[in-house]
Design a protein around this ligand. Structure first.
Ligand code: GZL
Length: 343
Protein backbone atom coordinates (compact mmCIF):
# COMPACT_ATOMS: atom_id res chain seq x y z
CA UNK A 1 0.00 0.00 0.00
CA UNK A 2 1.43 3.39 -0.98
CA UNK A 3 1.99 5.16 2.40
CA UNK A 4 1.12 8.53 0.86
CA UNK A 5 -2.18 7.15 -0.38
CA UNK A 6 -4.50 6.72 2.64
CA UNK A 7 -6.76 4.36 0.77
CA UNK A 8 -6.54 0.68 1.80
CA UNK A 9 -4.72 -1.46 -0.74
CA UNK A 10 -6.96 -3.92 -2.53
CA UNK A 11 -6.60 -7.44 -1.26
CA UNK A 12 -6.85 -10.47 -3.55
CA UNK A 13 -10.44 -11.78 -3.38
CA UNK A 14 -10.72 -14.54 -0.77
CA UNK A 15 -12.85 -17.53 -1.61
CA UNK A 16 -16.11 -16.45 -0.04
CA UNK A 17 -18.27 -18.61 2.21
CA UNK A 18 -21.76 -19.05 0.84
CA UNK A 19 -23.17 -15.59 0.28
CA UNK A 20 -26.65 -16.54 1.38
CA UNK A 21 -25.30 -18.19 4.52
CA UNK A 22 -23.13 -15.22 5.44
CA UNK A 23 -25.86 -12.68 4.79
CA UNK A 24 -28.47 -14.70 6.66
CA UNK A 25 -26.17 -15.38 9.60
CA UNK A 26 -25.13 -11.74 9.82
CA UNK A 27 -28.77 -10.63 9.80
CA UNK A 28 -29.70 -13.29 12.38
CA UNK A 29 -31.90 -15.21 9.92
CA UNK A 30 -32.16 -19.01 9.70
CA UNK A 31 -30.21 -20.41 6.79
CA UNK A 32 -32.07 -22.80 4.53
CA UNK A 33 -30.65 -24.70 1.58
CA UNK A 34 -27.50 -22.67 1.11
CA UNK A 35 -25.20 -24.38 -1.32
CA UNK A 36 -21.55 -23.34 -1.80
CA UNK A 37 -21.60 -20.03 -3.66
CA UNK A 38 -20.17 -20.40 -7.13
CA UNK A 39 -19.00 -16.95 -8.32
CA UNK A 40 -21.01 -15.92 -11.35
CA UNK A 41 -19.17 -15.46 -14.63
CA UNK A 42 -19.49 -11.81 -15.55
CA UNK A 43 -22.32 -10.93 -17.93
CA UNK A 44 -20.20 -8.00 -19.04
CA UNK A 45 -18.41 -8.32 -22.40
CA UNK A 46 -15.49 -10.67 -21.94
CA UNK A 47 -12.37 -8.56 -21.43
CA UNK A 48 -10.33 -11.28 -23.06
CA UNK A 49 -9.55 -12.59 -19.57
CA UNK A 50 -11.95 -15.39 -20.45
CA UNK A 51 -14.81 -15.88 -17.99
CA UNK A 52 -13.45 -13.48 -15.37
CA UNK A 53 -15.58 -13.38 -12.24
CA UNK A 54 -18.07 -10.52 -11.96
CA UNK A 55 -17.10 -7.60 -9.72
CA UNK A 56 -18.95 -8.17 -6.44
CA UNK A 57 -20.20 -5.05 -4.67
CA UNK A 58 -22.02 -5.01 -1.35
CA UNK A 59 -24.45 -2.08 -0.99
CA UNK A 60 -26.23 -1.20 2.28
CA UNK A 61 -29.10 1.15 1.41
CA UNK A 62 -30.81 3.28 4.08
CA UNK A 63 -34.37 2.25 3.25
CA UNK A 64 -37.24 3.41 1.02
CA UNK A 65 -38.41 6.49 2.95
CA UNK A 66 -38.84 8.83 -0.03
CA UNK A 67 -39.24 9.11 -3.79
CA UNK A 68 -35.60 10.22 -3.87
CA UNK A 69 -34.41 7.09 -2.06
CA UNK A 70 -36.45 4.77 -4.27
CA UNK A 71 -35.00 6.44 -7.39
CA UNK A 72 -31.52 6.13 -5.89
CA UNK A 73 -32.03 2.39 -5.33
CA UNK A 74 -33.38 1.88 -8.84
CA UNK A 75 -30.38 3.66 -10.36
CA UNK A 76 -27.97 1.43 -8.43
CA UNK A 77 -29.81 -1.78 -9.31
CA UNK A 78 -30.20 -0.84 -12.99
CA UNK A 79 -26.55 0.13 -13.40
CA UNK A 80 -25.30 -3.03 -11.69
CA UNK A 81 -27.44 -5.14 -14.03
CA UNK A 82 -26.27 -3.18 -17.08
CA UNK A 83 -22.61 -3.75 -16.14
CA UNK A 84 -22.92 -7.37 -15.01
CA UNK A 85 -21.89 -6.39 -11.48
CA UNK A 86 -22.71 -9.00 -8.82
CA UNK A 87 -24.64 -6.68 -6.48
CA UNK A 88 -25.36 -7.80 -2.92
CA UNK A 89 -28.05 -5.28 -1.90
CA UNK A 90 -29.43 -4.84 1.62
CA UNK A 91 -32.29 -2.46 2.53
CA UNK A 92 -31.58 -1.43 6.14
CA UNK A 93 -35.15 -0.13 6.68
CA UNK A 94 -33.82 3.08 8.23
CA UNK A 95 -31.73 1.27 10.86
CA UNK A 96 -28.06 2.01 11.44
CA UNK A 97 -27.70 -1.33 13.23
CA UNK A 98 -28.96 -3.10 10.10
CA UNK A 99 -26.49 -1.17 7.94
CA UNK A 100 -23.64 -2.18 10.24
CA UNK A 101 -24.80 -5.82 10.21
CA UNK A 102 -24.98 -5.75 6.42
CA UNK A 103 -21.45 -4.31 6.14
CA UNK A 104 -20.16 -7.12 8.36
CA UNK A 105 -21.93 -9.66 6.16
CA UNK A 106 -20.22 -8.14 3.10
CA UNK A 107 -16.84 -8.67 4.78
CA UNK A 108 -17.75 -12.30 5.48
CA UNK A 109 -18.76 -12.77 1.86
CA UNK A 110 -15.46 -11.38 0.63
CA UNK A 111 -16.96 -8.74 -1.66
CA UNK A 112 -14.57 -6.65 -3.75
CA UNK A 113 -16.02 -3.25 -2.80
CA UNK A 114 -18.42 -2.06 -0.09
CA UNK A 115 -20.68 0.94 -0.66
CA UNK A 116 -23.41 2.47 1.50
CA UNK A 117 -25.42 5.62 2.20
CA UNK A 118 -24.84 6.24 5.93
CA UNK A 119 -28.20 6.90 7.58
CA UNK A 120 -26.47 9.16 10.14
CA UNK A 121 -22.99 10.71 10.28
CA UNK A 122 -21.67 9.06 13.48
CA UNK A 123 -21.29 5.48 14.75
CA UNK A 124 -19.76 3.85 11.67
CA UNK A 125 -16.06 4.16 12.61
CA UNK A 126 -15.73 0.72 14.34
CA UNK A 127 -17.20 -1.27 11.47
CA UNK A 128 -15.24 0.77 8.91
CA UNK A 129 -12.06 -0.22 10.78
CA UNK A 130 -13.08 -3.86 10.38
CA UNK A 131 -13.56 -3.26 6.64
CA UNK A 132 -10.15 -1.60 6.37
CA UNK A 133 -8.63 -4.56 8.24
CA UNK A 134 -10.21 -6.85 5.63
CA UNK A 135 -8.61 -4.74 2.87
CA UNK A 136 -11.93 -3.91 1.17
CA UNK A 137 -12.32 -0.38 -0.27
CA UNK A 138 -15.37 1.64 0.81
CA UNK A 139 -17.45 4.06 -1.25
CA UNK A 140 -19.85 6.46 0.50
CA UNK A 141 -22.84 7.38 -1.65
CA UNK A 142 -25.28 10.19 -0.95
CA UNK A 143 -24.29 10.93 2.67
CA UNK A 144 -21.01 11.33 4.53
CA UNK A 145 -19.74 9.98 7.84
CA UNK A 146 -17.74 11.54 10.66
CA UNK A 147 -14.55 9.50 11.15
CA UNK A 148 -11.14 10.28 12.68
CA UNK A 149 -9.27 8.35 9.96
CA UNK A 150 -9.88 9.56 6.36
CA UNK A 151 -8.48 6.31 4.96
CA UNK A 152 -11.60 4.48 6.20
CA UNK A 153 -13.30 5.29 2.92
CA UNK A 154 -11.98 5.85 -0.59
CA UNK A 155 -14.48 8.38 -1.91
CA UNK A 156 -17.79 10.20 -1.34
CA UNK A 157 -20.26 10.52 -4.20
CA UNK A 158 -23.15 12.90 -3.57
CA UNK A 159 -24.42 16.46 -3.31
CA UNK A 160 -23.29 19.58 -1.46
CA UNK A 161 -26.11 19.83 1.10
CA UNK A 162 -24.93 23.16 2.53
CA UNK A 163 -25.14 24.71 -0.94
CA UNK A 164 -28.63 23.26 -1.36
CA UNK A 165 -29.77 24.86 1.92
CA UNK A 166 -28.26 28.19 0.87
CA UNK A 167 -29.99 28.03 -2.53
CA UNK A 168 -33.38 27.37 -0.89
CA UNK A 169 -32.88 30.33 1.46
CA UNK A 170 -31.78 32.66 -1.34
CA UNK A 171 -34.85 31.79 -3.39
CA UNK A 172 -37.12 32.39 -0.37
CA UNK A 173 -35.44 35.70 0.42
CA UNK A 174 -36.08 36.85 -3.14
CA UNK A 175 -39.67 35.63 -3.15
CA UNK A 176 -40.52 37.35 0.16
CA UNK A 177 -38.34 40.46 -0.12
CA UNK A 178 -36.50 39.15 2.93
CA UNK A 179 -39.51 38.95 5.26
CA UNK A 180 -40.78 35.52 6.37
CA UNK A 181 -41.93 33.54 9.39
CA UNK A 182 -40.50 30.14 8.49
CA UNK A 183 -41.58 26.64 9.53
CA UNK A 184 -38.67 24.24 8.93
CA UNK A 185 -39.25 20.51 8.35
CA UNK A 186 -35.92 18.86 9.05
CA UNK A 187 -34.65 15.52 7.80
CA UNK A 188 -33.60 12.55 9.95
CA UNK A 189 -31.82 13.73 13.12
CA UNK A 190 -28.05 13.24 12.75
CA UNK A 191 -28.19 12.67 9.00
CA UNK A 192 -25.70 14.68 6.90
CA UNK A 193 -28.41 16.23 4.66
CA UNK A 194 -30.44 17.32 7.71
CA UNK A 195 -27.42 18.88 9.43
CA UNK A 196 -26.02 20.60 6.34
CA UNK A 197 -29.28 21.72 4.71
CA UNK A 198 -30.17 23.43 7.99
CA UNK A 199 -26.70 25.00 8.26
CA UNK A 200 -26.73 26.34 4.71
CA UNK A 201 -30.25 27.74 5.08
CA UNK A 202 -29.58 29.43 8.41
CA UNK A 203 -26.31 30.87 7.15
CA UNK A 204 -28.07 32.47 4.17
CA UNK A 205 -31.10 33.88 6.06
CA UNK A 206 -28.77 35.51 8.58
CA UNK A 207 -28.29 38.23 5.96
CA UNK A 208 -32.03 39.02 6.21
CA UNK A 209 -33.01 40.24 9.72
CA UNK A 210 -36.73 39.93 8.93
CA UNK A 211 -36.50 36.22 8.04
CA UNK A 212 -37.04 34.05 11.12
CA UNK A 213 -37.35 30.30 11.68
CA UNK A 214 -40.28 30.21 14.10
CA UNK A 215 -40.89 26.43 14.17
CA UNK A 216 -38.47 23.60 13.39
CA UNK A 217 -38.81 19.83 13.81
CA UNK A 218 -37.87 16.59 12.06
CA UNK A 219 -40.35 15.12 9.63
CA UNK A 220 -37.95 12.18 9.05
CA UNK A 221 -37.89 12.77 5.27
CA UNK A 222 -41.34 11.19 4.91
CA UNK A 223 -44.58 12.64 3.51
CA UNK A 224 -46.72 11.29 6.36
CA UNK A 225 -44.51 12.71 9.12
CA UNK A 226 -44.13 15.97 7.22
CA UNK A 227 -47.90 16.37 7.17
CA UNK A 228 -48.23 15.45 10.87
CA UNK A 229 -45.55 17.94 11.98
CA UNK A 230 -46.94 20.72 9.78
CA UNK A 231 -50.42 20.17 11.26
CA UNK A 232 -48.91 20.59 14.74
CA UNK A 233 -47.11 23.77 13.60
CA UNK A 234 -50.34 25.27 12.21
CA UNK A 235 -52.23 24.42 15.41
CA UNK A 236 -49.52 25.94 17.61
CA UNK A 237 -49.63 29.53 19.03
CA UNK A 238 -47.05 30.50 16.37
CA UNK A 239 -49.21 29.01 13.57
CA UNK A 240 -50.72 32.30 12.38
CA UNK A 241 -47.21 33.77 11.98
CA UNK A 242 -46.05 31.09 9.51
CA UNK A 243 -45.71 32.58 6.02
CA UNK A 244 -43.30 30.01 4.52
CA UNK A 245 -42.26 26.37 4.80
CA UNK A 246 -38.69 25.15 4.20
CA UNK A 247 -38.63 21.35 3.92
CA UNK A 248 -35.36 19.41 3.69
CA UNK A 249 -36.97 17.18 1.04
CA UNK A 250 -39.91 17.18 -1.36
CA UNK A 251 -41.75 14.35 0.40
CA UNK A 252 -42.08 16.35 3.61
CA UNK A 253 -43.03 19.45 1.59
CA UNK A 254 -45.83 17.50 -0.12
CA UNK A 255 -47.07 16.36 3.29
CA UNK A 256 -46.96 19.95 4.54
CA UNK A 257 -48.97 21.05 1.50
CA UNK A 258 -51.69 18.56 2.46
CA UNK A 259 -51.73 19.97 6.00
CA UNK A 260 -51.95 23.57 4.76
CA UNK A 261 -54.89 22.68 2.50
CA UNK A 262 -56.61 20.80 5.37
CA UNK A 263 -56.29 23.99 7.43
CA UNK A 264 -58.19 25.91 4.75
CA UNK A 265 -55.15 27.85 3.48
CA UNK A 266 -53.69 27.98 -0.04
CA UNK A 267 -50.21 26.42 -0.20
CA UNK A 268 -47.91 28.31 -2.54
CA UNK A 269 -49.94 31.49 -1.99
CA UNK A 270 -50.93 32.01 1.69
CA UNK A 271 -47.87 30.03 2.76
CA UNK A 272 -44.93 29.69 0.35
CA UNK A 273 -43.28 26.25 0.16
CA UNK A 274 -39.64 25.58 -0.80
CA UNK A 275 -37.92 22.18 -0.66
CA UNK A 276 -35.04 20.06 -1.98
CA UNK A 277 -34.70 16.94 -4.18
CA UNK A 278 -36.53 17.76 -7.44
CA UNK A 279 -38.59 14.55 -7.72
CA UNK A 280 -41.41 14.26 -10.27
CA UNK A 281 -44.16 14.79 -7.66
CA UNK A 282 -42.54 18.12 -6.76
CA UNK A 283 -42.66 19.26 -10.37
CA UNK A 284 -46.31 18.22 -10.54
CA UNK A 285 -47.03 20.27 -7.42
CA UNK A 286 -45.21 23.27 -8.88
CA UNK A 287 -47.31 23.12 -12.04
CA UNK A 288 -50.36 23.18 -9.74
CA UNK A 289 -48.92 26.15 -7.80
CA UNK A 290 -48.88 24.44 -4.37
CA UNK A 291 -45.07 24.12 -4.28
CA UNK A 292 -43.07 27.23 -5.21
CA UNK A 293 -39.46 26.00 -5.54
CA UNK A 294 -37.35 22.84 -5.33
CA UNK A 295 -33.56 22.56 -5.33
CA UNK A 296 -32.46 19.54 -7.36
CA UNK A 297 -30.44 16.79 -5.65
CA UNK A 298 -29.71 14.03 -8.16
CA UNK A 299 -30.35 10.48 -6.85
CA UNK A 300 -29.17 8.75 -10.05
CA UNK A 301 -25.78 7.82 -8.58
CA UNK A 302 -25.53 4.31 -10.06
CA UNK A 303 -23.16 5.14 -12.96
CA UNK A 304 -20.75 7.15 -10.77
CA UNK A 305 -20.87 4.47 -8.07
CA UNK A 306 -19.85 1.64 -10.39
CA UNK A 307 -17.29 3.75 -12.24
CA UNK A 308 -15.64 4.25 -8.84
CA UNK A 309 -16.05 0.61 -7.81
CA UNK A 310 -14.51 -0.68 -11.04
CA UNK A 311 -11.61 1.77 -10.74
CA UNK A 312 -10.92 0.77 -7.12
CA UNK A 313 -11.15 -2.93 -7.97
CA UNK A 314 -8.57 -2.29 -10.69
CA UNK A 315 -6.28 -0.65 -8.13
CA UNK A 316 -6.67 2.84 -9.58
CA UNK A 317 -6.82 5.98 -7.44
CA UNK A 318 -10.00 8.06 -7.73
CA UNK A 319 -11.27 11.49 -6.68
CA UNK A 320 -11.84 11.79 -2.95
CA UNK A 321 -15.15 13.62 -3.49
CA UNK A 322 -17.44 13.38 -6.52
CA UNK A 323 -20.07 16.12 -6.09
CA UNK A 324 -23.25 16.07 -8.18
CA UNK A 325 -24.45 19.40 -9.61
CA UNK A 326 -27.78 20.96 -8.51
CA UNK A 327 -30.23 23.32 -10.26
CA UNK A 328 -33.03 25.42 -8.75
CA UNK A 329 -36.49 24.98 -10.26
CA UNK A 330 -39.56 27.15 -9.69
CA UNK A 331 -43.16 27.07 -10.85
CA UNK A 332 -42.25 29.10 -13.93
CA UNK A 333 -39.97 26.37 -15.31
CA UNK A 334 -41.79 23.31 -13.94
CA UNK A 335 -44.23 22.56 -16.77
CA UNK A 336 -41.47 22.58 -19.40
CA UNK A 337 -39.12 20.53 -17.21
CA UNK A 338 -41.62 17.91 -15.94
CA UNK A 339 -41.45 15.70 -19.08
CA UNK A 340 -37.64 15.62 -18.78
CA UNK A 341 -37.58 14.38 -15.20
CA UNK A 342 -35.97 10.94 -14.88
CA UNK A 343 -36.90 10.38 -11.21
C1 GZL B 1 -30.18 13.49 0.01
C2 GZL B 1 -30.79 12.23 0.61
C3 GZL B 1 -32.08 12.54 1.28
C4 GZL B 1 -33.14 13.09 0.35
C5 GZL B 1 -34.37 12.49 0.93
O1 GZL B 1 -29.01 13.19 -0.69
O2 GZL B 1 -29.90 11.66 1.56
O3 GZL B 1 -32.60 11.33 1.83
O4 GZL B 1 -33.19 14.49 0.31
C6 GZL B 1 -33.88 11.10 1.23
O5 GZL B 1 -35.49 12.50 0.10
O6 GZL B 1 -34.75 10.42 2.06
Amino acid sequence: MNPSDPRPALRPRRSSISRRAALALALGLSVVGCGKHEPKKSAAPDSGAGGRQALRVGFAQIGAESDWRRANTQSIRDEAAARGVDLVFVDAQGSQANQIRAIRSFIAQGVDVIAFAPVVETGFEPVLREVKEAGIPVILTDREVEVSDPSLYATFIGADFVAEGRAAAEWLAGATSGQAGIAQLEGTPGAAPAIDRRAGFEEAIAAHPAMHIIKSQSGEFTRAKGREVMESFLNSPEGPRITAVYAHNDDMALGAIQAIEAAGKKPGVDILVVSIDGVKAAFQAMTEGSLNCTVECNPLLGPALFDAAEALAAGKTIERRIVTPARVFTGASSAAELPNRRY
